[in-house]
Design a protein around this ligand. Structure first.
Ligand code: PMP
Length: 412
């Protein structure tokens, strides 16, 4: 746990205003415990890297240093490697984000994962007090970025078809009536983290229309879109609109998060501002990590690897859903993701997933309580369960333990 803000911290009086409300994320604090071998962790969000052909990746990296070491180990461009930006555009074209909607390597900015992409967006657009609209629940790392920018997150509810358009309209008019400045909608429309739901085709158009009419930018965060394992994912929002939509993605889930390579496709007019902001922030993204990704894409069967990830996650999703329906006490419900890494579960009325954490850890199972995914402290009845990392039999054992904890909670 961080000591920030406690009496143990001698520097409390010196922090910048924006650090005052910043505390360690619940998830990070939980990970230390969840990673103990005796605990079945359904808390993480890690891709199953063991499924990568590590020897072959090792060869690619060795070769890269031997043959292109002088450039791969050198400083690079703030915007990122031109060759990788071309490859990113070729990948985005697969999902309909192509030249016909104005996508070009010139408008791609390579980032240190999707997380730095979010940070850049915040640097560019958020002043203290600005409002960001986001799904409720939403990605915990985005909440951290918006909080650091001293913005206020207002959640828009979802159902099984994703963000509810009427609720979005209400939230916009309500915030405006209160005199607040709403800067953008932050959305994870496909295989959402943490809810595991996907915004339907019809709603994609509605959400875009609402934002366009209201003059709101849309920040589309899409780390999971290529990790579908049941039916086709609807085309991204950016494939449907050229203006006003920023598209963020990452190689963290399609290749490996340890490389920390992601990107933003920005409207042309703001591309330069993004590059200036990233240069002030990090000089340039790692040339080495970009070269590894670029060589991997050029020389290895990455589409096949995606299929491998999809097959593994489909099997684990099935293991989780089956275990939940076999073992959880009545009154518990959950989402049925068709891709991504997470299931969002709702406990029987009256139970509190955050208060339950110590009992769950004692029973050797970990999950993330729903409160971590809301800026306003709600979400107590929910929890996020990850299925990408533990093997199926561990998932079932984890749910067995979790069900025991919930049953005890109900009995007390
Ligand atoms: N956005 C979402 C919705 C995420 O779930 C994550 C990581 N779990 C990220 C962004 C950041 O990913 P990374 O920095 O590893 O690319």
């Amino acid at each position: 746990m961080s000591e920030t803000g406690t009496t143990l911290d001698d520097y409390t009086d010196r922090y910048a205003q924006r650090m005052i409300g910043m505390t360690a994320s619940e998830i990070r604090a939980l990970f230390a415990v969840a990673n103990r071998p005796e605990v079945v962790s359904l808390a993480g969000g890690m891709p199953y890297i063991a499924a990568l052909p590590l020897d072959a990746v090792g060869e690619v990296i060795g070769d890269l240093v031997a043959k292109q070491g002088t450039s791969a180990l050198q400083y690079g461009l703030g915007q990122g490697m031109p060759e990788l930006r071309e490859q990113i555009c070729a990948m985005m074209a697969d999902v309909g984000i192509d030249a016909s909607v104005g996508a070009s390597p010139d408008d791609v900015v390579v980032t240190i994962g999707g997380q730095q992409a979010l940070d850049l967006i915040a640097r560019l657009f958020l002043d203290p007090g600005d409002v960001v609209l986001a799904e409720g629940p939403t990605y915990v790392g985005a909440l951290g970025v918006f909080q650091a920018a001293q913005a206020q997150v207002v959640h828009v509810p979802m159902d099984h078809d994703g963000l509810i358009p009427a609720a979005l309209e209400t939230a916009i008019s309500e915030q405006r009536r209160l005199g607040r400045r709403v800067k953008f909608l932050y959305t994870i429309p496909t295989y959402q983290n943490p809810a595991g739901v996907t915004l339907s085709e019809e709603r994609r158009e509605q959400v875009l229309d609402i934002c366009e009419r209201a003059g709101l930018l849309v920040i589309e965060d899409d780390p999971y879109g290529r990790l579908g394992f049941e039916g086709e994912a609807p085309r991204p929002l950016r494939a449907r609109r050229r203006d006003g939509v920023f598209y963020l993605s990452t190689f963290s889930k399609t290749f490996a998060p340890g490389l920390r390579v992601g990107w933003i496709l920005a409207p042309h007019a703001v591309r330069d501002k993004l590059v200036i902001a990233t240069e002030a922030n990090i000089l340039c993204p790692s040339n080495f990590a970009q070269s590894v990704v670029s060589t991997y894409l050029a020389t290895m069967p990455w589409r096949q690897q995606l299929k491998t990830y999809q097959q593994i996650y489909a099997e684990r999703r099935d293991a989780l859903l089956t275990a939940l329906s076999d073992l959880m006490p009545e009154g518990t419900t959950w989402t049925h993701p068709t891709g991504g890494l997470f299931v969002w579960a709702t406990l029987p009325a009256g139970l509190n997933s955050k208060a339950m954490v110590p009992r769950a850890i004692a029973a050797r199972v970990a999950y993330v309580p729903g409160t971590g995914f809301y800026a306003d402290g709600t979400g107590q009845q929910h929890l996020r369960l990850n299925f990408s990392f533990p093997p199926p039999e561990r998932i079932r054992e984890g749910v067995r333990r979790l069900a025991g904890v919930v049953e005890q909670e109900l009995a007390t």
